[in-house]
Design a protein around this ligand. Structure first.
Ligand SMILES: Nc1nc2c(c(=O)[nH]1)N[C@H]1C(S)=C(S)[C@@H](COP(=O)(O)OP(=O)(O)OC[C@H]3O[C@@H](n4cnc5c(N)ncnc54)[C@H](O)[C@@H]3O)O[C@H]1N2
Ligand code: MOO
Length: 420
């Protein structure tokens, strides 16, 4: 399914998918490689392609608990005589030769004796009083033997550079005996919240003050994205404070992320200060929430500058801007393979007036009680309302100027795709 919503042309705003592509195209994967132990590699990005040091499986081995034999030997036995069990091969045993005129008791994972060409599961074997095995007729040569190298041949690529190391990839490396991997160094991200109204959670609030939730949220999101965070705290709404903060941020980090003050009011100084200290690639995206997203750089030149992403202050706008625009940029800087956006059609369980001039990402929960999913609003949809964002399973993407009609299907984006 094509997950793009219409990249409508709204004066002054970039289409969401156009903006997403631009941030990805602008990212320069950072240099710097470190060797880490397998235990420390979770969540890191492979710096180099890993080539298989071994055949996998390493030897022909049994997929079942049963009996290994040469089928022709069995078929050559006089009717009713069966085959004697002359060997026992547990997992961990060395590779042996199949004893002539007999079969081997074998267990899952154990090397198949040379000369055996089938493993018959024990459920399909009968033993006579002499301890000889008897088989039924439906035998397929090669059955239940996992062949050496059938999954991977030594010297072929195992995991490509850019692979995000999750549990299965780490297990794959471990299965090849690898315990040290070359990974990209961690990205350092400076984080700052702007706003005179902001105070830290845990302190007493006066009327008009707002607890800084964006910082709490982005610290978590950046940690999940395996970034080292330099948290520069809350910066006052003044050009001087922003100049100082950006200068500091630029000197300590690979990327700068700030929230708030990026809209158009005279208290919103982020955009002009970015322009004075570097430049802007774009400002304003046709998405709701998240419209005043700005992307630029700090420094004299575009090529050597420090990228900066300014997320809107409204908490849900910040979250959505992170998920759809900042995260793919971070992944691209980390040299990580970029996953395409995942979406599928889901029916709306509600009607709602559509957005004007922007794609809207409604925070929804999926109701599976009727067998197929139906999206219901997760709560209030204001971009200041974190409650619905905290409950939502995903976003229902509504194209501009569309009236959402109950029972019609829309693109649904599961939120868990933005987890790391
Ligand atoms: N005349 C216009 N006004 C606004 C427009 C517009 O196009 N024209 N856009 C609106 C949209 S859409 C958004 S989103 C907001 C974003 O504005 P800013 O990025 O400048 O954010 P602030 O004004 O600083 O704050 C907005 C809102 O969010 C609260 N906030 C800010 N930082 C935090 C934080 N770290 N933690 C929690 N809450 C935060 C702040 O107190 C405000 O309530 O602009 C609209 N205005
Ligand atoms: O983009 Mo804003 O987030 O609609 O309030």
């Amino acid at each position: 399914m094509n997950c793009r919503c219409a990249d409508i042309v709204t004066p002054g705003l970039l289409g969401l998918f156009d903006a997403r592509q631009r941030v990805i195209d602008t990212a320069t994967p950072m240099n710097g490689v470190e060797n880490v132990s397998l235990e420390q590699s979770a969540g890191r990005v492979l710096a180099e392609t890993v080539v298989a040091p071994l055949d996998m499986p390493g030897v022909d081995n049994s997929a079942m608990d049963g009996y290994a034999l040469c089928l022709a030997d069995y078929q050559a036995t006089p009717r009713g005589a069966g085959l004697p069990i002359l060997q026992r091969v547990p997992a961990g045993a060395g590779v042996m030769l199949l004893a002539e005129g007999g079969c081997a008791r074998i267990f899952t994972g154990a090397p198949v004796p040379i000369g055996a060409d089938i493993v018959v599961p024990q459920e399909r074997v009968t033993l006579d009083q002499r301890g000889h095995i008897h088989l039924d007729d439906s035998l397929v040569l090669g059955a239940n033997i996992r062949r050496q190298g059938e999954e991977t041949r030594m010297g072929t690529p195992l995991l490509a550079a850019g692979k995000f190391l999750d549990a299965a990839s780490i297990a794959l490396l471990a299965s090849h005996g690898i315990n040290i991997v070359a990974v990209k160094r961690r990205l350092r991200v400076a984080l700052l919240s702007t706003g005179d109204e902001l105070i830290a959670p845990g302190t007493v609030r006066s009327p008009g003050q707002v607890y800084d939730s964006n910082s709490a949220m982005l610290n978590v999101l950046l940690a999940q994205a395996q970034c080292d965070v330099v948290d520069l705290g809350v910066i006052a709404d003044s050009p001087q404070s922003l100049h100082q903060a950006f200068e500091h941020a630029q000197s300590v980090a690979d990327v700068v992320i700030c929230t708030g003050g990026v809209s158009v009011g005279e208290e919103d100084h982020v955009r002009p200060v970015i322009e004075q200290r570097g430049g802007l690639y774009f400002h304003g995206v046709a998405m709701k929430p998240g419209k005043p997203f700005a992307f630029g750089y700090l420094g004299a030149e575009l090529s050597t500058g420090t990228p900066l992403m300014a997320l809107p202050g409204n908490p849900v706008a910040s979250l959505v801007g992170w998920q759809l625009l900042a995260l793919p940029f971070i992944h691209a800087m980390q040299g990580r393979h970029l996953a395409s956006l995942q979406c599928f059609p889901v029916k709306a369980g509600f009607s709602k007036r559509g957005p004007k001039g922007r794609c809207e990402l409604l925070r929804v929960v999926l109701d599976w009680s009727q067998g197929s999913p139906v999206a219901q609003l997760a709560g209030g949809q204001g971009s200041h309302m974190l409650g619905a964002a905290s409950q939502a399973d995903g976003y229902l993407m509504i194209n501009p100027e569309i009236e959402v009609a109950e029972g019609d299907a829309y693109h649904y984006y599961p939120i868990n795709q933005f987890a790391a």
